[in-house]
Design a protein around this ligand. Structure first.
Ligand code: FAD
Ligand code: SF4
Ligand code: SF4
Ligand code: SF4
Length: 610
């Protein structure tokens, strides 16, 4: 094809091979106008890792695992503390929905996130003063009713926002179910004490032995505080509705554990104990019963097998290992005995519809079984005690009527935690109560500042699909296991069953994290790019930039990004700075602008003969 009479601008006559000087930001494009060929542009766009998404308080898990990898433990602790006031607690007690969601679980074994969290929490416990400081006082007072995880979290975030916070707690000690529910061999009391001390160091006043509805009223709260968070939990145990439930020797799981946790228990268990229920509280009761001296403990469940039980599989495994027996598909229809428990009467039973979410069908035509026991512990859930709450704020389920922001009507009262989440389909667990307390604190703050409460509208891209990452960079490695107290020792003490990670273990486990969808500054893109397109003033997420003048859209960086945070976006999606083959002469800064200018200036200059 003849190119005779084609006008070639000066800059495109520079020879392509053997050139000097070396390409630079200013000159490189002049020498290699590769940007012209591009139809896609690589863009750094972090996704949300599924672990962060599943954590009830959306801890920045990927972020702190990455910091642990690099030995920046204090930074990792500070990052966790943005969303979680007590990582030393959740690092022990959390049912870790993050791990169930972890992408690594689909590859080999999920990251042991909770164990790394505990490592960081314990590091925080050892600090003489915490990294978190109270906010600048804003002159506003908030009352928080209840010192459980939800109240603790709301008070913590409010203090950070500058509110003067007072917690009212009806029990003799603060902590809610973290103290009067979760046993010592899961969460030692001194760990919780230290976290409560941290709350007080933020300037939060905790008044224990003060019951709202008895010692102070709704009107007192309204009159004396600018706003209030009700985080009162579900404090009353459910009845099994069996004949003879009031006999001596029948206990309720909640009170059984609460009294032990508060140090006020006078219970002496007999040798044979039946625990009624198939959930986590029942498991705690059964395992605690062994530690309180029972020789034979049997858990009686309506669920037909272990898979149907709404209990944490790990805890179930540990319980069976400790010697607790299971009896499935039964309901207690009567407690037998002459004033004192002698046996349970059992009938075959099943859930009428969905497991754990439907009425129980008891086969009363089948012969009853007599199960000989000395004590019965009933652990089939709990409900609220809200006699003090004005009727207008009660709903048909016997809990608090509130909007989706946790706000009671147009008042400055908010509700958080189990009391707000029961019946919502959310599992009731510490981390969900913490997350709820945090969100409510921020909502309360918005109302105080006269802002409108609005639902979040920004879409979130959670990266569940391993195909969006480059898995060739991740060799298979087994999960680092936490040591366990030997089984034979466990039932004789209140010592922690699950042991802490060493520093080496924490780093090794953090190293297994894929950093799903989030740049961890691995530098791959920087190294594999065949042009000098990728610039980064320092190796850190957010510091990587694509110099589009040079990028020809070869996709190498995108394909070789292990974490899947680089993506190719069609050039047509960009309003400005478009550099494409068919717009090579567009008026835009850089070479193309100059090319366009040159074309304008061509005038009557004679064409070059080539
Ligand atoms: C036995 C048991 C074991 C559990 N184990 C785990 C576990 O291992 N991991 C996990 O993630 N979750 C566990 N859970 C669930 C978890 O404990 C709860 O979801 C969480 O504690 C709820 O927090 P909260 O702050 O809403 O309520 P709570 O922890 O119940 O705290 C509410 C507080 O409010 C106080 N209060 C109530 N009424 C008043 C009033 N009128 N005036 C003043 N104070 C008041 C109560 O005394 C209590 O201290 C367990 C639950 C139970 C019952
Ligand atoms: S609090 Fe629970 S869910 Fe959140 S990161 Fe820790 S272990 Fe996972
Ligand atoms: S691999 Fe890491 S970032 Fe990905 S889900 Fe698991 S913990 Fe989160
Ligand atoms: S290749 Fe590495 S440095 Fe580059 S974007 Fe992906 S994670 Fe970040």
């Amino acid at each position: 094809m003849s190119t005779k009479n084609t006008h070639i601008p000066e800059w495109l006559t520079v020879p392509f091979a053997g050139i000097t000087p070396a390409p630079s930001q200013e000159k490189g494009q002049d020498l290699f106008p590769t940007g012209n060929w591009r139809s896609i542009r690589p863009v750094y766009r972090d996704k949300l890792p599924p672990c962060n998404n599943a954590c009830g308080t959306n801890e920045k898990i990927q972020g702190y695992l990455d910091l642990v990898k690099r030995g920046k433990y204090l930074d990792a602790y500070a990052l966790i503390k943005e969303d979680m006031p007590f990582p030393s607690v959740t690092g022990r007690v959390c049912y870790h929905p993050c791990e169930q969601a972890c992408n690594r679980g689909k590859y080999d074994e999920a990251i042991s996130i909770r164990a790394v969290e505990r490592f960081l929490g314990d590091l925080g416990q050892a600090l003489t003063s915490d990294v978190v400081k109270p906010g600048k006082p804003n002159g506003k007072k908030v009352a928080v009713v209840g010192s459980g995880p939800a109240g603790h979290s709301a008070a913590y975030q409010l203090a950070r926002l500058g509110y003067a916070v007072t917690i009212f707690e009806k029990s003799p000690k603060a902590g809610g179910l973290n103290r009067g529910g979760i046993p010592d061999w899961v969460l030692p009391q001194n760990i919780l004490d230290r976290e409560i001390e941290r709350l007080e160091q933020l300037g939060i006043e905790i008044k224990t032995g003060v019951e709202v509805g008895k010692d102070i009223t709704w009107d007192d709260l309204k009159k004396n505080y600018d706003a209030c968070v009700l985080a009162v939990g579900l404090t009353e145990p459910n009845s099994v509705r069996a004949e003879g439930e009031d006999k001596e020797g029948v206990l309720y799981g909640l009170s059984f554990l609460r009294d032990i946790g508060m140090g006020t228990s006078k219970v002496k268990l007999g040798a044979r104990v039946a625990v009624i229920g198939g959930g986590n509280t029942a498991i705690d009761c059964a395992r605690e019963a062994l530690r309180q001296g029972a020789a034979e403990v049997t858990m009686i469940t309506v669920e037909g097998n272990t898979k149907e039980m709404p209990a944490s599989p790990e805890d179930l495994h540990d319980m069976v290992e400790e010697g607790v027996e299971l009896l499935h598909g039964r309901s207690v229809t009567a407690v037998l005995g002459n004033g004192k428990v002698e046996a349970c009467q059992l009938h075959k039973a099943r859930f009428s519809g969905a497991i754990n979410a439907s009425p129980i069908t008891v086969d009363r035509d089948a012969p009853a079984e007599r199960f000989v026991v000395d004590n019965v512990i009933i652990a089939i859930g709990q409900h609220a005690s809200l006699n003090w709450l004005p009727a207008e704020f009660k709903n048909e389920r016997g809990t608090i009527k509130m909007d989706k922001f946790g706000r009671l009507g147009d008042t400055n009262f908010f509700a958080a935690g189990d009391i707000a989440q029961v019946g919502s389909g959310q599992p009731l667990m510490v981390v969900n109560a913490v997350g709820d307390g945090k969100r409510v604190a921020f909502n309360l703050d918005k109302v105080m500042r006269g802002e409108k409460l609005q639902p979040r509208t920004i879409p979130v891209d959670v990266i569940f699909d391993l195909n969006r990452m480059n898995m060739t960079y991740f060799p298979h490695f087994p999960r680092v296991q936490q040591e366990m107290l030997p089984t034979e020792k466990r039932t004789k003490t209140q010592d922690e069953v699950i042991q802490a990670f060493t520093e080496e273990q924490a780093v090794e486990e953090a190293n297994r994290c894929f950093s799903c969808g989030t740049c961890n500054a691995c530098d791959n893109c920087y190294l594999v790019c065949p042009e000098p397109c990728i610039a980064r003033p320092e190796r850190s997420n957010g510091m990587y930039k694509i110099l589009v003048d040079y990028c020809k859209g070869c996709r190498v960086c995108i394909e070789e990004c292990p974490t899947g945070c680089l993506e190719g976006v069609p050039e047509l999606d960009f309003d400005t700075g478009v550099v494409r083959m068919d717009t090579a002469f567009a008026i835009s800064p850089g070479l193309h602008g100059r090319q366009a200018q040159e074309l304008k200036n061509l005038g009557d200059r004679p064409a070059k003969n080539i």
